[in-house]
Design a protein around this ligand. Structure first.
Ligand code: SAH
Length: 349
């Protein structure tokens, strides 16, 4: 992929020939290119995620799944499904922990990037790969995890202009990409409550995240199982753009280098909960990552690890703080639980 034409040149040509492209198109193509051939994770990359900060993260999610699976009657066979598993670190930590308590599921990874599939195969050799949930087996309950997966899916933005609601598009002018309002009326796509919103109001939706939730919830309703979706996001509806770009752990202009920086948006957990319920699955709740990990005993687990490796104690405590403190990942990150309708209530919700 690295010898492909720069995405910036592709977009410029497209815009010159056909006019501005939608932000949805811009973000979707940018992230597809971004993830295709590199590993963006870790201190040498562009951003770091919870499972890369501490093994405790994957271990506690594994315990959560094992606990609810046992209380659901330990159904076998059962499938572990991870969406966007990155380097496979979370899965490796979760599967090791599950095995210790007698849960040894089949493993399925939903992953688009060839570069990351190669890393995942080293961490979890027995995994089977899928492009989407469609090919994941339908014969048994699913234990699903997605960490920082939904935030990478492209969003559509609508903006209120003096002439009504318009889709937010990306144009090329004066040597740079810049957002502009499209020329087609989009009022029909806006909920009644927002039709008269003041000029400049911005409504962001993520059709991809909604589609994933519809499919996942329908599967849980039909096959049984439980899912944990963890992402930075909001639990009550809001307006405004949340688009941001990260490169080398620094926020950069999302329009400066398409395909070269990770584009993300906050996840709208309010709408995802509604979608889950509409498909007959059970929404268990949406809580902050800090509260969730504390309820699962992160302090005790960190103390155990620090005791076993005293010379690493400082690192272990710092990593734990990073996952749960309010000024770090503890509050902005949310954990949403969804299960089949007959599955028990999970811990921490
Ligand atoms: N869960 C991992 C990685 C998060 S990065 C962690 O917490 O470390 C986002 C992950 O989702 C990457 O593995 C990326 O390749 C994958 N991904 C992003 N968009 C995708 C898509 N449309 N289809 C499949 N996988 C996608």
């Amino acid at each position: 992929m690295s010898d492909a034409e720069p995405l910036s040149a592709v977009f410029q040509r497209l815009i010159a020939n056909y006019g501005p492209i939608s932000l949805l198109h811009y973000m979707g193509e940018s992230n597809a290119r971004y993830y295709a051939d590199k590993d963006p994770l870790g201190s040498a990359g562009d951003f770091i995620t919870a499972p890369e900060i501490s093994q405790i993260f994957g271990e506690l999610l594994g315990l959560w799944l094992a606990d609810i699976w046992m209380r659901a009657g330990s159904p076998a066979p059962v499938h572990y499904v991870e969406m966007g598993p990155g380097r496979g670190t979370l899965a490796r930590d979760a599967l090791r922990t599950m095995k210790r308590v007698g849960l040894d599921p089949h493993v399925h990874f939903v992953e688009g990037s060839q570069a990351l599939r190669a890393l995942q195969a080293q961490a979890v050799p027995q995994a089977q790969w899928h492009h989407d949930l469609g090919s994941v087996p339908t014969d048994a309950p699913l234990l699903v995890v997605g960490n920082e997966f939904l935030d990478a899916l492209p969003v559509r933005q609508l903006v209120k202009t003096p002439g009504g609601w318009r889709e937010r598009m990306v144009d090329w002018a004066e040597d740079r990409f810049r957002p502009v309002a499209g020329d087609k009326p989009m009022d029909a796509a806006v909920p009644d409550a927002l039709k008269q919103a003041e000029e400049g109001t911005l409504l962001e939706t993520c059709p991809g995240a909604a589609a994933v939730m519809h499919e996942l919830a329908a599967r849980l309703a039909a096959q049984g199982g439980a899912a944990l979706l963890i992402d930075y996001g909001y639990a009550a509806p809001q307006t405004g753009s949340t688009l941001q770009a990260l490169r080398a752990h620094t926020k950069v202009d999302p329009f400066a280098m398409p395909g070269e920086a990770d584009l993300t948006c906050l996840v709208d957990f309010a709408i995802l909960a509604e979608i889950a319920a509409s498909e007959g699955a059970k929404w268990q709740g949406t809580v902050t990552q800090g509260d969730f990990l504390r309820a699962l005993g992160i302090d005790m687990r960190a103390a155990r690890l620090a005791e076993a490796a005293p010379h690493h104690a400082d690192t272990i405590w710092r990593a734990k703080d990073r996952l749960i403190n309010d000024d770090q990942m503890g509050t902005l990150f949310k954990v949403m639980g969804v299960t089949g309708p007959d599955w028990p209530q999970g811990a921490g919700f």
